[in-house]
Design a protein around this ligand. Structure first.
Ligand SMILES: Cc1cc2nc3c(=O)[nH]c(=O)nc-3n(C[C@H](O)[C@H](O)[C@H](O)COP(=O)(O)OP(=O)(O)OC[C@H]3O[C@@H](n4cnc5c(N)ncnc54)[C@H](O)[C@@H]3O)c2cc1C
Length: 295
């Protein structure tokens, strides 16, 4: 049995906003793969649930005429992993969400829930940071757009207000077009495992594929929130592509991350993963962009 007080199935986003506004103890439930566990563990025991599950206006992926990709918040991981727009425009994110849990979790879990739970280990988080995603939140005071780098305020904490619903995740054409990308996850097992560390790399190369014109390097579980290595990204802009560049990037990343020891892994092990996953992800992103570090 699950210990919750009331369950309300919203009929629209506006209806869900109203229900949340009227009850300060209400909790949004989408796929429920986090919420139901928290109820079972007692952390949310006795709460009221406002369900946005399967609201048509919250499901699906589309591309605007300007090339912006809009991922509606209640779209499941399975949908995103197989969506033709995602596979064409940003295969890195499609692959990243395919690393979540097992098939049942991917069939029920949503990208909106993965972002709104605010955890640094979320498999979608580092790719969304690398993609400069913008979050569209709707609440009783209207709609606002929040860059993902301003969304997380601490472990499990975000700037989302109680009455706000994440409606969509928006990614501009300039933030995916022309990039090669790669997401790598380290977990103790290959499946059904929360990331010990996650790394998303995106690169743009010069026309002759010999120079790095842009790097985006994002990590999950390398700090209390997902993060980008912005100093390293700036330092290597315009650098020639070779194996030495990967060492520079790894060294730079080490100076920016702040991992902690947890029951899953020690800080020292995570630092080693920052280096190794960083090098491997950037190398693969360069290959995916048509380049080669082996020169
Ligand atoms: C067996 C198992 C394995 C898992 N493995 C992984 C893994 O490998 N990688 C990984 O990243 N995660 C993993 N998870 C976690 C989980 O599947 C994800 O976090 C999932 O994305 C949550 O989505 P949901 O729709 O189920 O969210 P819910 O449980 O419904 O909600 C999660 C949180 O987000 C809020 N919320 C949900 N949708 C919205 C919205 N649109 N607007 C505002 N707030 C919202 C809820 O109030 C709640 O706080 C696993 C979970 C399970 C049970």
């Amino acid at each position: 049995m699950f210990d919750f007080d009331e369950f309300y199935q919203a009929i629209s986003v506006q209806d869900a906003v109203r229900a949340l506004s009227e009850d300060e103890n209400a909790v949004i439930i989408s796929g429920g793969s986090d919420v139901l566990i928290q109820i079972r563990e007692g952390k949310l025991a006795g709460c009221s649930l406002v369900s946005i599950h399967d609201l048509p206006e919250l499901v699906g992926v589309e591309k605007t005429t300007q090339g912006e990709v809009i991922i509606r918040a209640a779209t499941t991981f399975s949908h995103i992993a197989n969506d033709p727009i995602m596979l064409d425009a940003m295969p890195m994110l499609a692959y990243a969400v395919d690393q979540v849990g097992g098939p049942q979790t991917r069939n029920i879990g949503t990208i909106g829930g993965n972002v709104c739970n605010g955890v640094t280990s979320a498999d979608s988080a580092s790719s969304l940071w690398a993609l400069n995603a913008t979050l569209e939140l709707t609440g009783k005071d209207g709609t606002r757009l929040v860059p993902i780098r301003e969304f997380y305020t601490g472990p499990g904490k975000t700037v989302r207000r109680h009455d706000e619903i994440l409606v969509a995740i928006r990614i501009a054409k300039a933030d995916y077009e022309g990039f090669g990308g790669c997401y790598l996850k380290y977990g103790k097992r290959n499946a059904m495992e929360i990331a010990t560390l996650g790394c998303a790399a995106m690169v743009k190369l010069s026309a002759d594929k010999k120079t790095l014109t842009e790097l985006r390097l994002a990590y999950g579980v390398a700090a209390p929130t997902p993060m980008r290595c912005v100093n390293t990204e700036a330092a290597v802009q315009g650098a020639p592509i070779n194996e030495a560049l990967l060492e520079r990037i790894a060294e730079g990343a080490l100076s920016e991350v702040k991992p902690r020891t947890s029951w899953r892994a020690s800080k020292e092990f995570r630092l080693q993963l920052v280096c190794e996953l960083g090098k491997r992800a950037v190398r693969q992103a360069i290959i995916n962009a048509g380049g080669n570090t082996d020169v």
